[in-house]
Structure formats: C-alpha cells, structure tokens
Design a protein around this ligand. Structure first.
Ligand code: NDP
Ligand code: 8X3
Length: 257
C-alpha cells in the first residue's frame, strides 16, 4: 500500500514541489491550500505526469472549523497519514516595529503559528494511534536569526522552532519523528505575497545571486522523510551558497575576484 503524505500550502512554491517529489515516488499525496483552482491544477498535473493518487483539501489553516472538517474528510479517504508537512505560511509586509500594519501581524501570527497548530492538533492524534509518523515543519533562517524589519515574521518562525522542539518531546514516546527544515532565501511566490503583488520589488530580492529553488527544499524534505526508521534529523538549516544566515549574504558581483 502506498504511503500517505499531507502537505499544507501545496498550491505553489515549496509545498507544490514537495507534493511533486513524493508523487514521483508513488506516495498518495494530499494537497491543501485556499485556492481551489490551483489545487485542481496541481492534482491534474501530478496525475498526468506520475499517475499519482492525489487528494485535494481546500481549507484555510487559520480557520479551526475548516481544518477540523478537512481532516475529517481526509480520514474518509485514507486510513493513515505517514507524513505531515506543515508548510503553509507567509510574510506580509516588512516594516519597522513602530510602523507595522496590525492586520499584517495578525495574518502572519494566525497563519504561521496558529494555523500550524490547528493542523497538527488534528493530525498528531492519528499518528499517535498509528504509533509512527513524521511531522516536518517548515521554519526559516528567520527561525534562528532576526533581521531588520523582519520583527513579526521572525517571531512567528522562532515560534515554529519552539513548537518543533516541543512537539518532538511530546510525541517521542509514540515513535513520531519531528523535523524542522529551515530554508534561507528561495525564489517562490513568497516575496510577491510579502510585497502584496509588487513583482519588481519581489524579483529584486533575488538579484545578483542564485537563490534556493523550491525543488531544492523538496529534495531535502524527501531525504529527511526517507531515512531509516531509527534516524531522525531534528533540525536542518539550508541556504544558497551566497547566504550565511538571515543577516549576511553576498551578491556575486561583490565577491573577490
Ligand atoms: P509561496 O507563497 O509560494 O507558498 C505559500 C503556500 O502557503 C501557498 O500554497 C499558499 O496557498 C499557502 N498558504 C498561505 N496562507 C495560507 C492559509 N491561510 N491557509 C492555507 N494555505 C495557506 O511561498 P513558499 O513556498 O516560499 O513558502 C512556504 C513556506 O516556506 C512558508 O511557511 C514560508 O514562511 C517558508 N519559507 C519560505 C522561504 C522563501 O524564501 N521562499 C524561506 C524560508 C521559509 P494558498 O494561497 O492557495 O492558500
Ligand atoms: C523566508 C526567508 O529571508 O525572507 O523565511 O526571512 S526570509
């Protein structure tokens, strides 16, 4: 029987690439996001390319009821969840603390922290019953080091780090692995969302060097998820070659000859 993975935020970026990486390996792939059309497109693509079994779950991770109903629906379609990738997340804006937009703050906290918790709260009991499972939380270099004007986004990703550490302890007796994957700058829709559709500003973030791509993160998640049963990567930080952490990076043009 094929293994089953649930990926939140699989309508673009890391989540979509992770879904594809596991579809390629004949997993049953459960994909989620708010955008229904995108979910259907991803499903179609994975079915056509890999003959994959794809389950679409449209829900907003911020909405408790929607999360609960979606996982109830999922339970009717699959009999277990082997891997949960808590990937859905975003940055909204980038302002100094005294100028921050309160709605942006709520959006980030509700999505990145509370959303991750709501999904985990529904899925972890299934894994507990199974006495195995793997939760992979997508943190960030911003989970480790804060940067100027990153305040609330960084705080949400520090929270993801704390929750990964904490749930690893809570779930340890049940044989459930918890891995935190913390990427640096990667070109997805992330900056377009952060800068509210300003494509020029978004593209500018990745000028002058080769950032990570979504496929790089998908390969890493796949590696973490396919290690022998007794091996668990707890915490992994990955950046492109031009980045050391949230604060230090170098453009190709500024490297010594
Ligand atoms: P994208 O914007 O490309 O993808 C974000 C995904 O999250 C989309 O599928 C979106 O789906 C989903 N999402 C956002 N809000 C919600 C919500 N309320 N409910 C359900 N789904 C939601 O960005 P990335 O792929 O880059 O981001 C994925 C994760 O990686 C995020 O947690 C981000 O913080 C993290 N990250 C990103 C880095 C980067 O540089 N790109 C680096 C480090 C970490 P939809 O809009 O359809 O709901
Ligand atoms: C996303 C990467 O550098 O914007 O977590 O914090 S960064």
């Amino acid at each position: 029987m094929s293994k089953i993975i649930l990926v939140t935020g699989a309508t673009s970026g890391f989540g979509k690439a992770i879904a594809e990486r596991f579809a390629k390996e004949a997993y049953t792939v459960c994909i989620s996001g708010r955008r229904k059309e995108r979910l259907n497109e991803v499903k179609q693509e994975l079915e056509n390319k890999y003959g994959a079994n794809v389950v679409c779950l449209q829900f907003d991770v911020r909405n408790r009821e929607e999360v609960k109903n979606a996982i109830e629906e999922l339970k009717k379609q699959v009999d277990r969840v082997d891997i949960l990738v808590n990937n859905a997340g975003l940055a909204a804006g980038m302002s100094s603390i005294e100028e921050g937009d309160l709605d942006d703050w709520d959006t980030m906290i509700d999505t990145n922290v509370k959303g991750l918790l709501y999904v985990t709260r529904q899925v972890a009991p299934l894994m507990k019953e199974q006495r195995c499972g793997h939760i992979i939380n997508i943190g960030s270099t911003a989970s480790k080091t804060v940067y100027r004007n990153g305040n609330v986004y960084c705080a949400t990703k520090f929270a993801v780090d704390a929750l990964s550490q904490s749930m690893r302890i809570d779930l340890l007796p049940y044989g459930i692995k918890v891995t935190s994957v913390n990427p640096g700058m990667a070109e997805t829709e992330f900056s377009l969302v952060r800068f509210k559709g300003d494509a020029e500003r978004a593209a500018n973030v990745y000028q002058g060097f080769q950032p990570l791509g979504a496929e790089d993160i998908a390969d890493i998640v796949h590696y973490c998820a396919t290690l022998p049963a007794h091996v668990c990567i707890n915490d992994l930080v990955v950046t492109c070659l031009n980045q050391a952490n949230s604060v230090y990076s170098v453009k190709d043009a500024d490297k010594p000859a």
